[in-house]
Design a protein around this ligand. Sequence first.
Ligand SMILES: [Zn+2]
Length: 94
Amino acid sequence: MTPTAIRNFNADACLEIDWDDGHHSRYSHEGLRVQCPCADCRGHTPDQAKVIRGKEHVRVTHIELVGNYAVRIEFDDGHNTGLYTFTQLRNEIV
Ligand SMILES: [Zn+2]
């Protein structure tokens, strides 16, 4: 699956993605931040994973496509290393 449109709504703190198979996804900024898949947040093994709290007010400031498999999302808390693969966005991130 590939996104055909990505829309960011800072006032509603949500991100919407339209997919080429007709599916529509809607994610909260907080949810994207606390589920960040980067190694810093997830650790290299499951026991290293951090529980991320206190991100209720975090906002997405920038989104860019990475190749044809992921988007990189920057947040206003300064975090910008999360690469969200399309597969993760469809199957894991809620
Ligand atoms: Zn992260």
